[in-house]
Design a protein around this ligand. Structure first.
Ligand SMILES: Nc1ncnc2c1ncn2[C@@H]1O[C@H](COP(=O)(O)OP(=O)(O)OP(=O)(O)O)[C@@H](O)[C@H]1O
Ligand SMILES: [Mg+2]
Length: 260
């Protein structure tokens, strides 16, 4: 597969929606311990767009991602992947949807300790009985810098290398949408920049859709758009973010995570 340098092609942006939340509300607990983690959130994640989600700790970023990815139930409203409404899907259908359409990159790498790096990368496809596209797999492995480590088990890899395995695993099957919760949070700035650059290229050149939670304005600046959450609500939506603009916006959150 040939990869064109960034900027060498005109971006063909689809306006199709890869995932959509409509009045999504998520309440944890009951009575006095009740927490409204998401309060009527409506947001579209368009195909072939790289979206960063930011906001203070506890603002609902992980909850939004988990609800959109079918990893957590919602209290009311709607969460869709493509045309599929997640509420009402039985466990089997939900599992299949996650397996076939969604890639995940978590802060904790969630690698299987008994499998080597390559086996971890292809595991979701092996489970689904799908054959990896070898050229694509080679490109993914090379870009995340794992070519010399494919036979290593997670315990024989550094934290950064393990996270790169997790990123490669999410990209390997070319899912319709990739959700990452601070995917570069545990990486040094150089590996982080490589992973972010690769995610951005997969969006620009291959039409991948990526939604990424991050606390880092520099990481967010790799995205096409930043959605800001505060107190379970969307409070801002920034296009073509720069690290400086994101940092300025973050400064307007007060110590309690509210926005001014
Ligand atoms: N399983 C749970 N049970 C009860 N409350 C929860 C649960 N998960 C999250 N919450 C609460 O929901 C709110 C949103 O949490 P969430 O994890 O989405 O925040 P976040 O924006 O991802 O924060 P961080 O940046 O610290 O990861 C918080 O007040 C949190 O305490
Ligand atoms: Mg979180």
């Amino acid at each position: 597969m040939t990869t064109m340098p960034l900027g060498a092609q005109t971006a063909v942006r689809s306006t199709a929606v890869a995932a959509r939340a409509t009045d999504l509300t998520k309440v944890y607990g009951q009575g006095e311990t009740q927490v409204v983690a998401l309060d009527r959130v409506s947001v579209d994640f368009r195909q072939a767009e790289f979206t960063a989600i930011m906001g203070p700790s506890g603002s609902g970023k992980s909850t939004l991602m988990h609800c959109m990815a079918g990893l957590d139930t919602i209290s009311s409203g709607s969460a869709r992947i493509g045309d599929t409404e997640l509420t009402g899907l039985n466990d089997k259908k939900l599992t299949r949807l996650r397996r076939d359409k969604i890639g995940f990159i978590f802060q904790a790498f969630n690698l299987l300790p008994t499998l080597n790096a390559l086996e971890n990368i292809t595991l979701p496809m092996d489970i689904a009985g799908r054959k990896p596209d070898q050229q694509w797999l080679d490109q993914v492995v090379e870009t995340v810098g794992l070519s010399g480590r494919l036979k290593h088990r997670p315990s024989q890899l550094s934290g950064g290398q393990q996270q790169r395995v997790a990123v490669a695993r999410a990209l390997a099957s070319r899912p319709e949408i990739i959700f990452g919760d601070e995917p570069t949070g545990n990486l040094d700035s150089r590996s982080g920049a490589e992973v972010l650059g690769f995610l951005r290229r997969s969006v620009r050149e291959l039409g991948q859709t990526v939604v990424m939670v991050t606390h880092d304005p520099v990481a967010a600046s790799y995205a096409d758009r930043v959605v800001f959450l505060a107190d379970g609500r969307i409070v801002d939506d920034m296009q073509a973010p720069t690290a400086d603009a994101v940092l300025d916006r973050m400064k307007r959150f007060d110590a309690k995570g509210r926005t001014s």
